[in-house]
Design a protein around this ligand. Structure first.
Ligand SMILES: CC(C)(COP(=O)(O)OP(=O)(O)OC[C@H]1O[C@@H](n2cnc3c(N)ncnc32)[C@H](O)[C@@H]1OP(=O)(O)O)[C@@H](O)C(=O)NCCC(=O)NCCS
Length: 324
């Protein structure tokens, strides 16, 4: 059976940096509160780039790294909850920005911070079924549009950015070994953003403001639990032991959540990649941006076993194991 091999990575973050010190001037907070509670020191915010433009820039870099032409792409999936427009999808915009052939399939997946791993799971299944040869899998979000910049309990956490991988159908043992996606809609109120559309004149219940709302403490506890179980799930399925893992690339939401998951797995610190100090939580962008940085820093070598794990609004959670 064909495997989906990850043959190129790319990422893009906007130029504008917003440090914790900048936030001190906007809300009642401090660099020490933010960095000790979350590990975040700065984040990027998009001034000009839309979600699909960030996605296209990340995808262009991934195509270049893979040595693949946009004309070879059969499928584009973008994990995002901040599309440029309600429709068309960000993936259709990416297709247009990159000149991917007419007739390829392109769609978005809404799974908040798990968007990239959801997209990877779907693309993997298309490739394994034999109907797709090459796919672009992208995670991109522009949360600076969603957060209330007057709400210190949420605005310090998020940033903008996009990451992408090119998947190729290949024989052999390299590629996606296992991939799992999950959700529990009962917990939707932990983390959500209402519709940005105005209510219709027929609606009884008008939507409130559309800013992101979060129950931080409960989200924290669920995140630690679900990340731990999601990692165990793919390890059990593949028979991997902690010593087999070359690198764990978790969703970059909070260093304390990542450390708790690492402790549960008894993984050494150097086996867990983090870059949230620079970017904060970029939602669906977080894992592919981190993967691209790890690749470019030479931390990922042929045949390494890489684990990914995420959680996010929905609640959604997901994990994947890959042989590089
Ligand atoms: C948000 C989060 C960092 C808060 O950390 P915490 O240790 O749980 O802090 P609490 O919410 O208990 O707040 C403690 C105090 O800090 C205050 N506080 C909240 N945000 C603050 C800020 N930015 N600066 C200063 N003080 C702040 C609170 O008002 C509270 O004050 P009080 O004790 O006087 O009521 C943490 O809960 C978290 O990371 N949760 C998960 C969020 C997440 O990952 N979301 C994305 C999911 S994909």
């Amino acid at each position: 059976m064909m495997k989906a091999r990850l043959i190129g990575t790319g990422s893009f973050v906007p130029k504008k940096i917003l440090t914790n010190y900048d936030l001190e001037k906007m809300v009642e907070t401090s660099d020490s509160w933010i960095s000790t509670r979350t590990g975040i020191r700065q984040r990027r915010v998009a001034v000009e780039d839309s979600t699909s433009e960030m996605a296209a820039k990340a995808a262009k870099a991934a195509l270049k790294a893979a040595g693949v032409s946009p004309k070879e792409i059969d499928l584009i999936i973008v994990g995002t909850v901040t599309p440029d427009m309600t429709f068309p999808s960000s993936a259709c915009f990416v297709q247009s920005h990159l000149g991917v052939k007419s007739g390829a399939a392109a769609f978005d997946v809404s799974a908040a911070c798990s968007g990239f791993l959801y997209a990877l799971d779907i693309a993997n299944k298309y490739i394994k079924s034999g109907s797709v040869q090459k796919a672009l899998v992208i995670g991109a979000d522009r949360f600076s549009r969603l957060v209330d910049w007057k709400d210190r309990s949420t605005c310090v956490l998020f940033g903008d950015g996009a990451g992408a991988v090119v998947l190729s159908a290949e024989k052999g043992n390299r590629g996606v070994l296992s991939s799992r996606i999950h959700s529990d809609g009962r917990h939707w109120e932990m983390l959500y953003a209402d519709s940005p559309c105005p209510p219709s004149p027929f609606e009884k219940k008008g939507s409130g403001n559309h800013y992101l709302k979060m129950n931080g403490n409960e989200t924290f506890k669920l995140a630690v639990r679900t990340m731990g179980s999601a990692i165990k799930e793919v390890m059990e399925e593949t028979g991997l032991k902690p010593e087999d893992i070359s690198l764990l690339i978790p969703h970059q939401a909070n260093l304390r959540i990542i450390n708790a998951a690492r402790d549960r797995l008894k993984l050494a610190e150097e086996k867990v990649f983090t870059n949230l100090d620079k970017y904060g939580n970029t939602s669906a962008g977080s894992i592919p941006i981190a993967l691209d940085e790890a690749v470019r820093e030479g931390k990922v070598k042929d045949n390494d076993i890489i684990l990914f794990v995420s959680f996010g609004g929905g609640l959604t959670w997901a994990s994947a194991a890959v042989r590089w």
